[in-house]
Ligand binder design. Structure first.
Ligand code: TXA
Ligand code: MG
Length: 338
């Protein structure tokens, strides 16, 4: 199959493909998503095949707003309404109880709940409106690989497997949405993202966090959390402190192969990089680092292959919680030790 690239002014053609049961990747402010008509079970099943995704891992339902949610979910609680007013469109996904039989098992993985997301990207909101149906929208990468922050990343992973990609340039945030479960007694963060715990608590009071590492035999609340994630071909080492860099770079120098170095500009400027180090700038701070993390991991897979990547850690607070959650998964929790 030929994978067509659509510009933002061509969403009608992309919507026609979606209505015909085809797969089209779409931009969001977090990462690119892989779209299919959420009400077409055969189309949704193809999403799992294209990504190589385990079929017990439920999909996010991407909507134009609360009116579309109301067609599938139980009536919105006061809390849900306040969160939607505060954060939609934006990087907060909420898990709600469904009306019985409202969405197929292919979408929900057999759960009585579904995750709803309203992305802050006008092109994709136009696309969903033109399709007239909600779209399932997992990240548009091959399962296990870093999420795509550019249309080119999607093309690399899924060309020939999907009908189209709507290209709207780089994703602004770069890490996936915060997932908040509103079906438990206390609202629970299942995946940290750009909407932080502090921001959520300012709107609805106490929330809990439950995005610890899940063992292979445990049943996780967000089923996707048990799988290997965001992993480049190289081994990633987290460098926790600015003061660890001299030792980390001295170690790099002893390696026979090139070593990737992902750090912010002030770290890169303050340290002497050995000749076999390949630098990838994470910009100025944790926000630009979150924006560039997946792009950097892919860079060292594709354009500048290395066996080892030293990557800067940040305190796991605010957006740093989302950044460190993704970095820990790509590194398999491996930290550089002196
Ligand atoms: O920013 C995002 O959320 C991106 C963009 C494309 O919208 N999408 C995304 O989807 O990250 P995906 O499928 O890669 O991650 C969704 C996560 C998975 O870990 C899945 O297990 C979890 O959400 N999930 C989906 N439905 C759920 C449910 N009903 N209960 C618990 N977890 C759920
Ligand atoms: Mg994903």
């Amino acid at each position: 199959m030929e994978t067509q690239i659509f510009q933002p002014n061509q969403v009608q053609a992309a919507a026609d493909l979606l209505r015909a049961g085809q797969l089209v990747a779409f931009p969001t402010e977090t990462v690119y998503g892989l779209g299919a008509d959420a009400t077409n079970e055969a189309a949704v099943k193809q999403v799992y095949a294209a990504k190589g995704r385990p079929s017990d891992n439920p999909l996010i339902v991407t909507v134009t707003g609360p009116d579309m949610v109301a067609q599938y979910a139980q009536p919105l609680s006061d809390q849900a309404q306040r969160l939607i007013a505060a954060f939609w469109p934006g990087s907060l996904t909420i898990i709600l109880n469904l009306q019985p039989g409202a969405l197929s098992k292919a979408v929900t993985g057999g759960l009585k709940t579904a995750a709803f997301r309203n992305p802050k990207n006008q092109t994709t909101l136009n696309l969903i409106a033109a399709a007239g149906v909600p779209l399932v929208g997992p990240s548009a990468n091959t399962s296990g690989k870093p999420s795509p922050t550019l249309a080119q990343h999607v093309y690399h992973d899924l060309k020939g497997k999907i009908a189209g990609i709507v290209d709207d340039g780089p994703a602004a945030v770069g890490v996936e949405s915060t997932i908040l479960d509103l079906t438990s007694d206390v609202p629970t963060i299942l995946r940290p993202g750009a909407v932080t715990e502090e921001q959520l608590e300012a709107v609805i009071g106490t929330v809990r966090s439950n995005h610890h590492k899940v063992g292979a035999t445990e049943v996780p609340k967000a089923p996707g959390m048990k799988y290997k994630h965001y992993a480049p071909d190289a081994q990633v080492y987290i460098v926790d402190q600015a003061s660890d860099w001299p030792a980390a770079l001295a170690w790099a120098q002893t390696q026979a192969n090139p070593v990737g170095v992902m750090a912010i500009d002030s770290i890169l400027a303050a340290n002497d990089l050995p000749a076999n180090a390949e630098a990838f700038s994470l910009g100025a701070d944790v926000a630009s680092a979150s924006h560039r993390l997946f792009d950097g991991l892919r860079h060292f897979d594709l354009e500048s292959p290395v066996k080892d990547i030293l990557t800067q850690g940040f305190p796991a607070e605010g957006l740093g919680a989302a950044y460190m959650n993704r970095l820990n998964k790509s590194a398999g929790q491996v930290h550089f030790k002196k």
